[in-house]
Design a binder for this molecule. Structure first.
Ligand code: KIV
Ligand code: ZN
Length: 518
């Protein structure tokens, strides 16, 4: 018997982008959308076009480029929002409008200041209007997790009659427990007379750490779409993590007998891309994509796994795209071996000149590190592509950093700023601190350093260190990344990368979406 399909709806670019500090440029959103399409995600929620001109253009750009996934845009249940969403999606190969209005007594009374009947009428009109743009319309009763079941049944029946094809049940504030959320889905499907004409969907927030458990409880009770995001990015504590939902369904087919069309081997690439762009590092013990997710520390576990992998592993690292740190290239590898590896990793370079440039970076790395893994190449190229996406007014020429027991660490930095060479020295609490102070001596950006994080790309002390930096100035937030086998140099690269973004007019971040009432 064929299994029912579970639709994977990714909202990294919409709800994920609402995560404080995670707003992205249009170019970054498009890069993530392409990675999601490659992973064969069914639906990509690209943004909220009414929220800003930048987000409108980002959604339109994604709609023009993405061919294999449905591109969705969010709209409050009002004509202005829906017309704007329809306009942004005009050129999409396949589009969906996702419209929502709050249905909980608290939201209706205090936020919307509308009666339930007014909310009901507005929801029905919104769905009818959205149907003028596409026959793929999703309706969400916002804060459904705290709404009255009778009212939900009444409004859902009416919006399905008006043309909604997907009914999404958001636990907007992450308040529900799995049994309760599953029961809500079951009862809605049972009690709404025309429920068979729509797909029911989950949208769970993680405020109590229940987002994935609630989503899976929804699936067990009949939901056939899950809304989720890479690394669980999203408002406040985030959404259900896409990688966790997918691997749970794949691993526990006995309990969740649904088909997921996603290519799981792309999970690590997507996770790294999203954490690199947003500057949100993935915690080492995070399920599926954390650095420790497939590592065994205790002797008993290592012994067991060597004898039989299944003793302590329920999934294969390869299934989520981990190459198990196999050496792929070395110091003596030539340009064609490098090019071949890029092709295998699906990394494209735009010209011969760019390939030469990337190859030179690879050779520099191979001089410092004898074994080069796929992860090293991905980190190297991700930085390269990041720098390429906007003009670099500031370039690093050299750093000299010294630390000695009992002495203040010192750093001297030379930069090329708008074609002029400039140097400065500083001391600091540590080498990284001294380096950042020396860079600030030269640039005087006065930006506030909000996040600084370091992670190793592979194992060993000669591993590439990947540094993420977040700067804020006058309400504008930018992230920068840098990698190098030397942490101080990686940090300087990341800081300079962020400064270049701060100074570049083309890297303007799209403002996180406003959430005023309808
Ligand atoms: O959490 C929520 O309620 C939302 C809606 C817009 C679906 O994100
Ligand atoms: Zn949400």
């Amino acid at each position: 018997m064929s299994k029912e399909k579970l639709i994977i709806f990714d909202t990294t670019l919409r709800d994920g982008e609402q995560s404080p500090g995670a707003s992205m440029t249009a170019e970054e959103k498009l890069r993530i959308a392409k990675a999601l399409e490659k992973m064969k995600v069914d639906i990509i929620e690209a943004g909220f076009p009414i929220s800003s001109e930048g987000d409108f253009l980002a959604v339109r750009g994604i709609a023009q480029e993405i061919k294999d996934s449905v591109v969705c845009a969010l709209a409050r249940a009002g004509a202005l929002d829906i017309n704007r969403a329809g306009e942004a999606l005009k050129e999409a190969n396949a589009s969906r409008i996702h419209t929502f209005i709050a249905t909980s007594p608290l939201h209706m009374r205090d936020k919307l200041q509308m009666t339930p009947d007014q909310v009901f009428d507005q929801a029905v009109s919104a769905v009818k209007l959205a149907r003028n743009f596409t026959d793929n319309v999703e309706f969400s009763p916002e804060d459904a997790g705290r709404s009255e079941l009778d009212f939900l049944c009444r409004i859902i029946e009416a919006v399905i009659k008006a043309g909604a094809t997907t009914i999404n049940i958001p636990d907007t504030v992450g308040y529900n427990l799995p049994q309760q959320y599953g029961e809500t889905i079951r009862q809605l499907i049972e009690r709404v007379p025309n429920s068979g004409k729509a797909v029911f969907s989950t949208h769970c927030h993680n405020d109590l750490g229940m987002a994935v458990a609630n989503s899976l409880a929804g699936v067990m009770n009949g939901a056939r779409q899950v809304e989720c995001s890479i690394n669980g990015l999203g408002e406040r504590a985030g959404n259900a993590a896409l990688e966790e939902v997918i691997m749970a369904v794949r691993t526990r087919q006995d309990m969740l007998p649904c088909d997921v069309g996603v290519d799981t081997t792309q999970i690590m690439t997507c996770s790294r891309l999203v954490s690199g762009i947003t500057g949100f590092a993935v915690q080492p013990n995070k399920a599926i994509v954390g650095a420790n997710a497939f590592a065994h520390e205790s002797g008993i576990h290592q012994h067991g796994v060597l004898k039989s992998r299944e003793t302590y592993e329920i999934m294969c690292a390869e299934d989520v795209g981990l190459s198990s740190n196999k050496i792929v290239l070395g110091k003596l590898s030539g340009r064609s071996a490098f090019k071949d590896r890029l092709e295998k990793l699906d990394i494209s370079v735009d010209s011969e000149e760019e390939l030469n440039n990337a190859f030179k970076r690879f050779k520099d790395l191979a001089d410092k590190k004898s074994e080069i893994f796929d992860e090293d190449i991905q980190a190297l190229l991700s930085n390269f592509q990041m720098e390429k996406s906007f003009s670099e007014a500031i370039k690093l020429i050299s750093i000299k950093a010294c630390s000695e027991t009992g002495e203040m660490p010192q750093a001297s930095v030379t930069l090329c700023v708008d074609d002029e060479e400039r140097s400065a020295s500083s001391d600091g609490g540590g080498l990284v601190d001294a380096t950042f102070k020396a860079i600030e001596e030269i640039i005087s950006s006065d930006a506030d350093l909000q996040i600084y994080s370091v992670s190793n790309v592979t194992k060993g002390t000669d591993s590439l260190g990947e540094v993420a930096v977040r700067l804020e100035k006058a309400g504008r937030i930018v992230n920068g990344q840098g990698s190098d086998t030397d942490i101080v140099i990686a940090s300087a690269k990341a800081y300079i990368n962020a400064l270049n973004r701060l100074l570049s007019p083309t890297s303007k971040r799209i403002h996180p979406q406003p959430y005023e009432g309808v």
